[in-house]
Design a binder for this molecule. Structure first.
Ligand code: ATP
Ligand code: MG
Length: 780
């Protein structure tokens, strides 16, 4: 037997060496499903299967890359290179490029990201003169997206009275019209959105039997990870491609199905045995990832769900520490607890920052974590926020590059036609847009032939349009002879983009120019890398495709030693030694929006199961008694999920106990480095006036002096607990700054002690009453 196979247990070995036929591995978290897929591919290759005939679909491109590296270490680099691996989107984007002309698309079609799609929808809603409150572009977008993922095309929509009825009842009778216009405009722009990559693949495979036959013959072995989260569109693709040889191996865990809200269908995994003949079913039971405590606690959670397949998960790993539960007064304090615990643990255990992950239910929760990590100088990285490629300055450069490749790309063109400003106003752009719609041509073509059209524009503006066209055409000519980096560098300079951003000398402005430099470095790397690869040429089109499909998880080179911050959804399949699950409060997690039905609540519970099972050594559960949400301080109860874990696995700490146990932590909890808190507060008059034009303070406000910044909280939980807050004389007339509401004037102080409230008139936000105990006010 090959040596690498000895790194599998018996249960894992069986599906790994089962060469042919349909098979499914259903098993709990950390039991080696992904490992089985990886080794199975290596095994197939050892048995002489050509890597060109193997297709492996993963949840992220990063997962694909890691699998490929592992396989390469077993079978050798040159062989592994020829495997088809990646996400559904990236693999089928490649196939669509090859077959694009059959569907009437150019081979260099643009891929619209969610931001492009939403901008287009927003502009259509405006053009149609619809009420943007009723037709919120984001919800219209997600509606269209769910139609596409259910394979409901525009034509199918209009043939289905129930759908029309449903949208009409939802007071959006024109939804179908928006859908139609959106699809037409994408097509005219030579653009596919994310959902099109699946929808059009389905169309390709159904309409062209010879294409289907070609890819069926090509992908004789198909493997799918995280099968529980495939949607209908993905399911049909896998079904069609595997139909001839039926060598299909899917792995998944029904208990980790967490994408129903985006159309994932758990029935795909439950029905697999009905879809194919003679399905071999495998189960894995031993978890290799986590301690006994974590495995058992996770089991006790998922037991509460009614809808589930019976599974056993056990581990031979150590018992490990109990799961720490921490209560904080506010989200700010929660952040400080997490940051100081990371700081301490890293020091004590000699760990890396990358051994830690902070997982949350919603992206917005990252802010309080970031603040606390920054204060302690702990490097971190946020995944899944605004990705690098979606930043304005980056999208501006990319938009120029997109037009070079595909001048019909409407969203890219609208972005840069007048940026940097070149005197082409909105009225002109609107005229061009109307003409383009009328002539059924792209805006760029209308511009190019402006003299032959009936668009009424003065000659000065015509010249400007002509200049723009000439510039783009010169870039196109250049693209024939130089590489992607040289072209991008030239574009950034000659369009005046860099000059434009250089005008802004604020730190944000400087960061923008640095980001553009970083982008150029990235393109250079790409060009260099592609030189070594056989299956690509390193063209600008390929670079743009990579970018469009990149999530920031994919760009993680793993070189940086940083704490990882991400939503639980994004953490699926990953593992970290130390995991913090934060914001465990009712209405936040489980989310208030997911408590209407049992099935929604069960999906939240599966999400919690996913979160907990990411931890290898130690899990921390934290919650705050009150937190700011939608600009209001809300009280919250601890999440039911904490209570659902058997108590024997928990170590419930309050901040007070935590401090008693670890005096060093005391200082850390409050986010500063001075252990003796008594010296932190000095009367305001001792503070040098640091800010020019700052309003004079009108009362003896106590401000911490241990700071390099001139603005500091006058009240916080820390202050409250140290007894310093309540003799704090914030008075009417003080000008204060609030983290969320900005600048404001104190109108009135009422109440006493812990209940002291201030009524404040904010410049942008009107009058608000805030409890001083929690309000993060800064006197200016
Ligand atoms: P998830 O459900 O979270 O995706 P999974 O079932 O895919 O988990 P893997 O990620 O494949 O599990 O494995 C979990 C961890 O256990 C990995 O670090 C893997 O390398 C390790 N592992 C799996 N099987 C073995 C084994 N037989 N011997 C040693 N380590 C193993
Ligand atoms: Mg996995």
């Amino acid at each position: 037997m090959e040596k690498y196979l000895s790194q599998l247990n018996e249960a894992q070995l069986a599906p790994t060496i089962q060469m042919n036929g349909p098979m499914i591995v259903i098993a709990g978290a950390g039991s080696g499903k992904t490992r089985v897929l990886t080794y199975r591919i290596a095994y197939l290759m050892h048995k002489g299967i050509d890597p060109f005939n193997i297709l492996s679909l993963t949840f992220t491109n990063k997962a694909a890359r890691e699998m490929k590296e592992r396989i390469a270490s077993i079978v050798g680099q040159s062989e592994a290179k020829n495997l088809w691996m990646g996400t559904f989107h990236s693999v089928f984007a490649k196939i669509l490029r090859i077959e694009a002309d059959r569907l009437g698309y150019p081979a260099n079609f643009t891929i619209y990201d969610a931001q492009d799609s939403q901008r287009l929808i927003s502009s259509i809603i405006k053009e149609m003169g619809l009420d943007k409150e009723l037709y919120k572009y984001k919800s219209v977008f997600s509606r269209i997206s769910s139609y596409k993922n259910s394979l409901i095309t525009v034509r199918a929509y209009f043939q289905n009275p129930e759908l029309i009825e449903a949208d009409t009842m939802a007071r959006r009778p024109r939804l179908g019209d928006i859908y139609k216009e959106y699809v037409d405009r994408c097509f005219k722009s030579g653009a596919m959105d994310f959902d099109d990559l699946l929808l059009k693949t389905n169309e390709l495979l159904t309409r062209f039997p010879e294409v289907l036959a070609k890819y069926q013959d090509r992908f004789r072995y198909i493997l799918v990870d995280e099968y529980q989260d495939t949607n209908h569109s993905q399911y049909l693709i896998v079904r069609a491609l595997s139909d001839r040889f039926q060598n299909i191996c899917v792995v998944g865990d029904d208990a980790q199905s967490i994408y129903a809200f985006r159309g994932a269908n758990i029935n795909n995994i439950l029905n697999f045995q009905k879809d194919y003949d003679d399905v071999k079913m495998f189960r894995l039971e031993q978890n290799y990832r986590s301690t006994k405590t974590i495995v058992n606690a996770a089991n006790s959670i998922i037991d509460k769900n009614e809808t589930k397949l019976d599974k056993v998960v056990w581990t031979a790993n150590d018992e490990g520490n109990k799961i720490k539960v921490n209560r904080s007064m506010t989200d700010g304090e929660e952040g400080r607890y997490v940051a100081s615990t990371i700081f301490e643990t890293k020091m004590n255990e000699q760990l890396n920052h990358s051994d830690f992950a902070i997982l949350y239910r919603t992206n917005a929760q990252s802010r309080s974590m970031e603040d606390a990590l920054r204060k302690r100088d702990i490097p971190y990285r946020i995944y899944g926020g605004l990705s690098f490629y979606q930043r304005k300055e980056i999208k501006d450069v990319l938009s120029y590059l997109r037009i070079i490749i595909n001048p019909s790309d409407e969203e890219a063109l609208k972005r840069v036609i007048n940026f940097p400003p070149r005197g082409i106003g909105q009225t002109t752009i609107d005229k061009l847009l109307i003409a383009a719609n009328g002539y059924k041509r792209s805006i760029f073509e209308v511009m190019k032939h402006i003299d032959k059209t009936e668009v009424k524009i003065n000659s000065g503006t015509k010249n400007k349009l002509q200049d723009f066209v000439t510039m783009v055409e010169s870039f196109q000519a250049m693209n024939e002879s130089v590489n992607a980096f040289e072209l991008a560098d030239h574009v950034a300079k000659t369009t005046g983009l860099i000059k434009e951003f250089n005008k802004d000398t604020t730190p944000e402005g400087v960061a923008k120019v640095e980001n553009i430099e970083e982008l150029l470095n990235g393109i250079k790397d790409f060009v260099e890398e592609q030189k070594e690869l056989a299956d690509t040429t390193g063209s600008l089109t390929e670079f743009l495709e990579d970018v469009a499909l990149a999530t920031d998880l994919d760009n993680d080179t793993g070189e940086d030693d940083r704490v990882a911050l991400m939503t639980i959804h994004l953490a699926k399949g990953l593992e970290f030694p130390y995991v913090f699950i934060v914001g465990l409060e009712e209405d936040l997690f489980p989310s208030a929006m997911s408590m209407n039905t049992r099935s929604e609540l069960e999906e939240e519970r599966r999400l919690f199961y996913v979160a907990l099972t990411r931890a290898e050594k130690q899990a921390y559960l934290t919650y705050a008694v009150s937190r700011y949400r939608w600009g209001k301080l809300v009280d919250s109860d601890p999440s039911r999920f904490i209570q659902e874990i058997d108590e024997e696995y928990l170590d419930i700490l309050t901040p007070i106990e935590e401090r008693r146990m670890n005096p060093m932590l005391d200082a850390n909890i409050f986010g500063d480095d001075v252990p003796n808190r008594n010296i932190r507060f000095k009367p305001a008059k001792q503070l040098p006036i640091q800010k020019k034009g700052a309003t004079k303070m009108q009362g003896p406000v106590k401000v911490p002096v241990n700071t390099s910044k001139n603005l500091k909280p006058v009240s916080s939980t820390a202050d409250a607990e140290s007894g310093n807050l309540f003799d704090n004389k914030l008075v009417a007339g003080n000008i204060v700054k609030h983290l969320r509401f900005g600048k404001g004037e104190v109108l009135k102080i009422e109440g006493a002690g812990a209940d002291t409230k201030a009524e404040i008139k904010f410049e942008n936000g009107g009058n608000k009453k805030l409890l001083l105990r929690f309000a993060k006010l800064e006197v200016i």
